[in-house]
Every structure is written in C-alpha cells, then in structure tokens.
Design a protein around this ligand. Structure first.
Ligand SMILES: [Cu+2]
Length: 145
C-alpha cells in the first residue's frame, strides 16, 4: 500500500521538473554601438613652414675632415646638422658676412648639434675649433652666390 503512494509522489515531482525551463527565445535587442566621430585633430599652424629653419645641411666631422652634404649655396637660411663621426671630440664653427657661430663640442658618440645661420652672398669659412684640427685639415671655405 504505502509503496504505491510513494511512487505516485515521485512521478508527480518528475513531471513538475520537466515543465520548468521556459522557452528562451527572447532575443535581447541589440543596442546600436555609436562610434564616436574620429578625432581629426587639425595640425597646428606651426607645421609646414619651410622657411623657419631653412635648408638642412649635414656636416659630418671626423679626423680630420668636414664633409658637407652640399657645397654650393645661395643666400638664405640654413640649418647645419653637425654629426660627430670620429674618434675624438669635434665641433663646427662658421664665420663670414653677418655670421660668427659655433657649436658646442661633440664627444664621440654624442648627439648631433644644430646650428641655424642666415648666409649672404660672400665667402664663409667653416672649420673645427677644437685643438689644432683646423690646421690638420678640418677647414673649408664655401661661397654663397
Ligand atoms: Cu675637430
């Protein structure tokens, strides 16, 4: 007698469990992802002014030579990028009409130095002011015309 009641209770419990778990077809509405407008940061007014530092000329210094990336000059502004390529300290000096400048000394492996000058028509001497390097060959003349 009691065994039959027990079975009926278990069976009812089983059906109840099976009825659970409703259908899950509720598609979650997709929220449109709003992409922020691309930040088109306008380049400042400082960009692209070629006359600020003029023409770039590299000057390589070594024992005991100065090598310029160009040897003919017209009047205008030039930025000399002075690079130490040797085994001892060098520097670059320039003197001529309206110009008397020199870089700080650059040790081997040191950072390049920049020197901006405005050249006029005439003759300019470029040399290394360190020690007696000028007499040893680090000396040249450029003509601006
Ligand atoms: Cu030198």
């Amino acid at each position: 007698m009691h065994r039959h009641r027990m079975a009926a209770v278990l069976l009812a419990a089983g059906i109840g469990l099976a009825g659970c778990g409703g259908s899950d077809n509720g598609a979650t509405p997709s929220v449109p992802t709003t992409t922020p407008p691309a930040a088109t940061s306008a380049a400042g007014p400082t960009s692209g002014a070629p006359s600020a530092s003029g023409t770039t000329v590299t000057a390589d210094l070594s024992e005991f030579t100065i090598t310029l990336s160009q040897r003919t000059f017209t009047p205008g502004t030039y930025t000399f990028v002075v690079r130490e390529q040797g085994q001892v300290t060098h520097a670059l000096a320039i003197k001529g009409p309206g110009v008397s400048e020199q870089t700080t000394s650059i040790r081997p492996g040191g950072a390049e130095q920049r020197m901006t000058v405005t050249l006029r028509a005439g003759t300019y001497e470029i040399w290394c002011p360190v020690g007696n390097h000028k007499a040893q060959g680090m000396d040249l003349t450029i003509t601006v015309a």
